[in-house]
Ligand binder design. Structure first.
Ligand SMILES: *[C@@H]1O[C@H](CO)[C@@H](O)[C@H](O)[C@H]1NC(C)=O
Ligand SMILES: *[C@@H]1O[C@H](CO)[C@@H](O)[C@H](O)[C@H]1NC(C)=O
Ligand SMILES: *[C@@H]1O[C@H](CO)[C@@H](O)[C@H](O)[C@H]1NC(C)=O
Ligand SMILES: *[C@@H]1O[C@H](CO)[C@@H](O)[C@H](O)[C@H]1NC(C)=O
Ligand SMILES: *[C@@H]1O[C@H](CO)[C@@H](O)[C@H](O)[C@H]1NC(C)=O
Ligand SMILES: *[C@@H]1O[C@H](CO)[C@@H](O)[C@H](O)[C@H]1NC(C)=O
Ligand SMILES: *[C@@H]1O[C@H](CO)[C@@H](O)[C@H](O)[C@H]1NC(C)=O
Ligand SMILES: *[C@@H]1O[C@H](CO)[C@@H](O)[C@H](O)[C@H]1NC(C)=O
Ligand SMILES: *[C@@H]1O[C@H](CO)[C@@H](O)[C@H](O)[C@H]1NC(C)=O
Ligand SMILES: *[C@@H]1O[C@H](CO)[C@@H](O)[C@H](O)[C@H]1NC(C)=O
Length: 751
């Protein structure tokens, strides 16, 4: 910083300090024209005044007689009371009031009476004090309202014996007592008394003193009991103008003493008349004919502008502004900033930019929407939507869902709703608008070359209406990968029931046999009774779902292939699940219905032994369950391999028969295996026999079993499950289940 700058800065600071120290005009200097403004160093502002105006004839210098002052010997008097200070803006006057006293020798002074309505002792500025040890004093006041109310207050102080107890500097009640002064007290009189004519205190105290005194202007000393060295004390009075009560002056419509730029204030401490106050931003003497004048905030530093130069005074207030070339509102908080553009250019260009931006956004959104619709159409086409539509009648029962609906149903494919994952894709649980719970399968990308086949599959599968096959409800082709919507099956998979120890406990032979029969019936139906034979290709316990009644439902046709009527084998890529795969199919890639038969044999072996299809052998080698099972049969150790809890005295024969069917299914050569139809019929036969055998209590057992089966379905590893959709099966009894099975078989026969 250069020296010059420092000097300039200093000058500015000095100027500011000088400006700030100029006292605001409190109106105390303003007297009427031709009147004395001062008496013995005390200023005499209007409405107070001394005598008549020297320049205006017959004009008194005071507003009303109660404000008339005199100035003999350069001492200002109000009547016979000395005036010390007059404050206009606060409406107060300090006067010197003689002390009231009484002494043992008979001397006394009764004090003064100031009984003028517009002068009251200021409650906030004074206190009442009595000094003495045989003393009581009181302040008497009257209030000239309609019923001449009067009030008194005061205090007592008595102290006989040792006066040494009294403490200097503290008017604590011993030798000196003090009380606050109530509001609106006019000093009618102050009196001081003694109780016993100082007969007990005369050695140290011959007088009682009582007085009103401005706070802080009297400090008690022990010495004062002997002799109080004061004749009078300053007392602060509130004053107001107007002789009468507010009500009376209103009634008479008295013109107010308040002049220009002022406000009349009726809530005054005296309770009489009113006072006048300068409006905000104005100063001066509100009673003086000139009225109040504007405060120049800019010159007196009472502004919040960045500098005095950025301040513009207005009538009653001020405004701030910024120098040319800067923007802002010029206040200290906001400040001024350099402008970069002219405001209108800024506004113009920003409006233009906003318009362009909004326009672009709208166009973009419209384009995106169009694009999305086109994309949906493209996917629909790609996924064979048109083929489906062309099918007309054929496909009328395939419901086509929109992408939006399914998105909503799955809560935008919420991860939490995933109920299965597999080689084929992902399965979500979804709730449609009509509250139907469905399983939505997001398939893996479909080979464009197989669109036709895919659509046919959809049509055929959706036509399958078998109580032991999971029903396909519809599909959605608007997405990149087609979505298939299935009925929802609630209770998990057969795999889960066999291998989960908690569930297995109650999974008895009767139920195993029934589920095996149901699954066999479903597969038989797929193989023979549907319009085009369907090879499931992935038969496994994890693909046999159980609904709430533990009815089997064969699911997952993700790898299914149709076998054209003129062919019995189909060369395809080997697909399926290890452990269940037909060894012949693995070698030849020739897919036949018998591949499913083999896989079903593995499921039967699983049901019997409770072992997983791939076993860890003795040498930690993986062994196939079929090898294990067949070798056991040969070694005649079938009953030892059974899962715990299956075998009992009654079902030995049935188990042996089922084991035999299993062995047949697991034959290496497909030709030698029975057909699914035969398997289903044999299982059904075993079941029926068992039912007839136990006809009296079979139903009961079944029901008990139903109850014993756990309801929980929080299992993993199944294709999908966990719902309560197929409630229609709830009341089906044992007989009707068999009838259903028979129906399916009869249909198969009819083909
Ligand atoms: C009031 O008058 C006294 C002397 O009469 C003067 O010194 C003082 O500056 C004046 N005050 C104002 C605010 O004008
Ligand atoms: C002031 O004027 C009034 C008449 O207006 C007169 O009666 C009074 O005596 C005068 N007072 C003085 C002190 O001159
Ligand atoms: C004024 O002062 C003189 C001498 O100081 C005194 O004699 C006179 O009585 C005083 N007048 C009043 C009214 O106090
Ligand atoms: C109040 O006092 C005045 C005079 O002291 C008297 O004329 C008036 O009648 C009194 N009013 C009441 C209500 O006592
Ligand atoms: C108080 O006592 C003194 C001295 O004994 C006596 O002169 C005076 O008259 C007494 N005053 C009263 C009011 O009794
Ligand atoms: C009180 O007055 C008596 C005579 O009346 C006198 O002897 C005594 O000293 C006085 N006490 C004080 C403290 O002045
Ligand atoms: C009253 O007290 C104030 C402040 O303590 C002091 O300035 C003033 O001189 C005192 N007045 C009297 C008459 O003692
Ligand atoms: C009126 O005057 C009283 C006492 O001075 C004050 O407390 C009050 O705020 C004033 N009222 C207004 C509206 O200024
Ligand atoms: C109020 O104050 C302004 C500025 O000080 C002044 O010009 C105006 O005359 C005043 N109004 C009255 C009625 O006195
Ligand atoms: C100026 O800016 C300050 C701070 O942002 C704000 O408090 C004030 O109201 C503004 N004044 C005007 C006149 O806009």
């Amino acid at each position: 910083m250069t020296l010059k700058a420092t000097v300039v800065l200093l000058l500015i600071v000095v100027a500011l300090v000088l400006l700030a120290t100029i006292a605001a005009d409190d109106g105390n200097n303003q007297t009427l024209e031709g009147c004395r403004s001062d008496c013995g160093g005390v200023r005499v502002p209007y409405p107070f005044g001394i005598g008549n105006s020297s320049s205006v004839p017959h004009k008194s210098c005071f507003l009303q007689s109660s404000f008339e002052l005199t100035c003999p010997n350069s001492t200002l008097y109000w009547g016979n009371i000395k005036v010390l200070d007059i404050k206009i803006s606060q409406a107060k006057v300090d006067m010197s009031i003689p002390i009231s006293r009484i002494c043992r020798d008979g001397h006394y002074y009764r004090g003064v009476s100031i009984d003028i309505p517009s002068f009251t002792i200021s409650s906030e500025d004074n206190k009442f004090v009595s000094v003495g040890c045989d003393t009581y004093g009181y302040l008497h006041s009257s209030y000239k309202d309609d019923d001449n109310a009067t009030y008194s207050t005061g205090c007592i102080t008595r102290c006989y014996g040792s006066s040494m107890e009294v403490e200097d500097g503290h008017c604590s009640g011993i030798g000196c007592c003090q009380v606050d002064i109530p509001p609106k007290m006019r000093m009618t009189f102050v009196k001081s008394f003694s109780f016993y004519n100082f007969s007990q205190t005369w050695r140290f105290n011959n007088c009682s003193y009582s007085f009103v005194v401005k706070k802080e202007n009297y400090t008690f000393y022990r010495e004062h009991l002997r002799n109080l060295p004061f004749e009078e004390f300053p007392v602060v009075f509130d004053w107001s103008v107007g002789d009468e009560t507010r009500e009376a002056s209103r009634k008479r419509g008295t013109s107010y003493a308040c002049k220009g730029n002022t406000t009349r204030n009726d809530s005054v401490p005296t309770g009489y008349g009113y006072i006048c106050q300068c409006n905000k931003g104005f100063e001066g003497n509100p009673y003086h004919p000139l009225g109040c004048i504007d405060i120049d905030e800019c010159k007196t530093g009472q502004h919040s502008c960045v500098s005095d130069h950025n301040c513009h005074n207005t009538n009653g207030f001020y405004t701030c502004f910024c120098p040319k070339g800067q923007s802002g509102n010029g206040t200290k908080e906001d400040g001024c900033h350099k402008k970069n553009f002219l405001p209108h250019i800024v506004i113009g260009t920003s409006a233009g930019f906003i318009a362009i931006f909004v326009g672009t956004c709208l166009l973009y959104l419209a384009h995106q929407k169009k694009k999305l619709i086109k994309l949906k159409e493209k996917f629909f086409e790609q996924n064979g939507g048109h083929i489906l539509v062309q099918q007309g009648e054929e496909s009328s029962h395939v419901k086509i869902f929109t992408a939006d609906k399914l998105k909503k149903a799955t809560n935008n494919y919420d991860e939490k709703l995933i109920i299965g994952r597999g080689g084929y894709g992902t399965v979500f649980k979804g709730v449609l608008e009509n509250n139907t719970i469905v399983a939505i399968k997001k398939s893996k990308i479909v080979d464009p070359g197989q669109v036709m086949q895919f659509i046919n599959e959809v049509i055929v599968v959706s036509k399958i209406n078998h109580r032991n096959v999971v029903k396909l409800l519809g599909c959605c082709l608007e997405t990149e990968v087609p979505l298939l919507v299935y009925e929802f099956v609630s209770n998990g998979t057969l795999f889960d029931f066999i291998h989960n120890e908690k569930k297995r406990n109650h999974f008895n032979w009767k139920n195993r046999l029934r589920i095996a029969a149901e699954a066999a019936g479903a597969l038989s139906y797929l193989h023979s009774s549907a319009s085009i034979p369907i090879v499931h290709r992935d038969v496994k316990s994890a693909n046999i779902l159980l609904d709430e009644d533990y009815t089997a439902k064969v699911s997952d046709f993700g790898t299914s292939r149709f076998v054209p009527l003129d062919q019995t084998a189909l060369a395809t890529m080997v697909q399926g699940t290890f452990g269940y795969l037909d060894p012949e199919y693995m070698q030849t890639s020739q897919l036949t219905e018998k591949s499913d038969v083999y896989s079903f044999g593995v499921v039967l072996a699983e049901l019997l032994t409770g072992k997983k299809p791939l076993l860890l052998g003795k040498l930690k080698e993986k062994t196939n369950i079929s090898i294990y099972f067949l070798s056991c049969l040969e070694e005649n150790c079938l009953f030892e391999t059974l899962q715990d809890g299956i075998l009992n005295e009654e079902n030995k024969q049935e188990i042996v028969e089922v084991a035999n069917i299993t062995a047949k299914c697991l034959r290496l050569k497909g030709e030698e295996r029975p057909s699914m139809k035969e398997v289903a019929m044999e299982l059904e036969g075993i079941r029926r026999m068992s039912k007839h055998q136990w006809v009296n209590n079979g139903d009961k057992n079944f029901e008990e079993t139903q109850h014993l089966l756990p309801i929980s379905s929080s299992s993993k590893g199944y294709e999908y499950g966990d719902s309560s959709s197929s409630s229609s099966h709830q009341n089906i009894n044992y007989d009707s289940i068999i009838r259903d099975q028979e129906g399916a078989i009869a249909l198969a026969d009819g083909r």
